[in-house]
Design a binder for this molecule. Structure first.
Ligand SMILES: Cc1cc2nc3c(=O)[nH]c(=O)nc-3n(C[C@H](O)[C@H](O)[C@H](O)COP(=O)(O)OP(=O)(O)OC[C@H]3O[C@@H](n4cnc5c(N)ncnc54)[C@H](O)[C@@H]3O)c2cc1C
Length: 303
């Protein structure tokens, strides 16, 4: 379908973009990679009266190590994050997750700021931002990730607020992101992220609620020394996921505790050396046949 008519302006600085948003009014939208916004406009699920294109703002296209922090500019494309030597060194989990976002075309165009601002429940970066206590920096303020994601497609951003960068802590210890999906390049049915940082595990879940979820019950159990496969039983504590086109609520809850089941199976196969500090999970993640996925337990698929 063809989108409804809209005005278009290209900004060359964040200040100019903010002024343009102010001029066009609250129905104007920022245009970054366009890989969420344009499809919605074509379906007329979004009908902004104006688009403010930020793709020419060079200041938003940076990856910087800053002490114990990693600053990712809002316009940095997924493919750049995936291939960045700095990201691979300082926060390899983020590089891995970037490589899991969509297909080549999506990764060539989609941006960090776009995923964060769009706040799709199945978006992959919001999970990392939440579980790692990242900060979302805008042209007006700095917002801790735990205060940023308010509801499905709803964030703390005001109408003239532009995400300029996302600041993650450096964390290059053991980590893993398991993305369960029906087909290669698909969105997550459920995603589970694990990162060891400052001696403790952080666990985040994608697409099990309207916003990303931090699995604090699992984190607490691991802190107390509970075995990973037992700690994983808490992954669905308090979850009430909505069913969607990809899975029922029950199946999502089942998947949420999947990675530890996989870990257990993996350990059984490889012996006791593979402890949580050496996370090495099978990456057999693509559920190509939904019935097969529903029928075969996660451990069975791993072995
Ligand atoms: C086929 C397909 C598969 C995909 N698979 C995945 C996937 O597996 N995982 C995943 O996470 N994503 C996936 N995506 C989404 C993709 O990552 C998008 O690029 C992303 O959601 C939006 O980023 P964008 O730069 O394209 O933003 P746009 O589409 O340009 O904008 C999205 C929204 O964010 C706002 N916005 C954008 N940038 C800013 C900013 N700097 N400040 C304030 N507001 C801003 C826009 O106004 C708009 O409301 C997929 C998309 C497609 C088309």
């Amino acid at each position: 379908m063809i989108p409804a008519a809209f005005e278009y302006a290209r900004a060359s600085s964040v200040d100019e973009a903010a002024k343009l948003l102010n001029k066009f009014g609250e129905d104007a939208k920022v245009l970054a990679g366009g890989h969420s916004l344009i499809p919605l406009m074509r379906l007329r699920l979004a009908q902004p009266t104006a688009l403010v294109d930020i793709n020419n703002i060079k200041d938003l296209d940076h990856i910087k190590e800053d002490g114990h922090k990693l600053r990712i500019g809002a316009l940095v494309r997924h493919v750049t994050i995936q291939n960045s030597a700095v990201v691979k060194d300082k926060l390899p989990l983020l590089a891995e997750v970037a490589g899991e976002v969509g297909d080549n075309q999506v990764r060539n165009m989609g941006t960090m700021g776009g995923v964060i601002a769009h706040a799709d429940a199945a978006g992959d970066y919001p999970t990392l931002a939440l579980m790692l206590d990242a900060e979302i920096v805008t042209n007006q303020r700095t917002i801790p990730a735990r205060q940023f994601f308010k509801d499905l497609f709803t964030t703390a951003l005001g109408p003239e607020e532009i995400v300029t960068e996302v600041v993650f802590p450096v964390a290059n210890g053991p980590h893993k992101y398991i993305k369960f999906r029906r087909r290669l390049f698909d969105w997550a049915i459920v995603g589970v992220a694990a990162q060891k940082i400052n001696g403790d595990w952080r666990i985040g879940l994608t697409n099990v609620g309207p916003t990303p979820v931090r699995a604090t019950a699992v984190e607490d159990a691991l802190k107390k020394g509970v075995k990973p496969e037992e700690a994983a039983q808490h992954a669905s504590d308090g979850l009430d996921p909505a069913g969607d086109l990809r899975a029922s609520p029950e199946y999502k809850k089942h998947l949420a505790s999947g990675p530890s089941s996989r870990q257990k199976a993996s350990r059984q196969r490889r012996g006791p050396a593979a402890q949580p500090g050496h996370v090495s999970l099978s990456s057999n993640r693509d559920c190509r046949h939904s019935h097969g996925c529903m029928a075969s337990p996660v451990v069975g698929r791993t072995l």
